[in-house]
Design a protein around this ligand. Structure first.
Ligand SMILES: [Zn+2]
Ligand SMILES: [Zn+2]
Length: 220
């Protein structure tokens, strides 16, 4: 299966995940990638292309470094950090007489390779999603799901100038948000123990879907 077909199939299955399809795919990508990084955290991978790339980037961003250490072994984390610490010592020694830390400014060091990888993938997913949604057979599947979270909905606008598709995306977004709102209201209305058993599945998870719709998946 070529890359384009693979992305197409993944989006189609993500549409039934009841989550923002782009967030759902990126969440899986992030986990898979963290596992690969953790798998190469041992001493034997010290000179690997991947490790050199990580060191040149100055390590992961704050979020991904802490995610990485949850998956990696303590020895793996120590191995990766030693190389970064060696680099930090070299940098500090090179600037200590100038008392100038511009070289360590956020713009210079925060080029997290995992953030970069996910950004690249996100662009590909958004582009393919707009292509897929041109298909009238797919549109009802998209409407019945969670649809794009607001951050991805906003970014989707950059990938199409088809007025009909944009109108469909806006109408769908409003319909889905109204549905989640209505489910959340039903969830609260039936909060008394005597009526809790009447809560629907959609109402029970409405609070979670509301956050995801507004803000996107945690950490993505
Ligand atoms: Zn999203
Ligand atoms: Zn990152």
């Amino acid at each position: 299966m070529d890359r384009a077909n693979k992305i197409y199939s993944r989006i189609i299955s993500a549409l039934s995940s009841e989550r923002c399809p782009v967030c759902a795919m990126l969440y899986q990508d992030e986990f898979d990638s963290l596992c690969r990084w953790a798998g190469k955290s041992g001493e034997t991978y010290r000179d690997s292309e991947q490790r050199i790339h990580l060191v040149n980037a100055g390590g992961f961003c704050n979020y991904h470094f802490w995610q990485f250490q949850r998956i990696s072994s303590h020895y793996g984390t120590a191995n990766v950090c030693i190389v970064l610490l060696v680099k930090l010592i070299a940098v500090l020694n090179s600037v200590k007489h100038k008392h100038n830390l511009n070289i360590l400014s956020a713009e210079n060091v925060m080029k997290c390779p995992l953030c970069y990888e996910l950004k690249q993938k996100e662009a590909g997913y958004l582009k393919e999603l707009t292509n897929i949604l041109e298909d009238d057979d797919i549109k009802p599947k998209y409407v019945s799901g969670c649809g794009a979270c607001m951050p991805h909905f906003i970014r989707l606008m950059d990938y199409s100038d088809d007025e009909l598709l944009l109108e469909f995306l806006f109408d769908t977004q409003i319909t889905q948000i109204a549905r989640i709102k209505s489910d959340a209201e039903g969830f609260i209305r039936k909060m008394n123990p005597s009526s809790r058993w009447e809560q629907t599945k959609a109402e029970k998870k409405s609070w979670l879907l509301a956050i995801e719709k507004i803000a996107g998946k945690n950490g993505v």
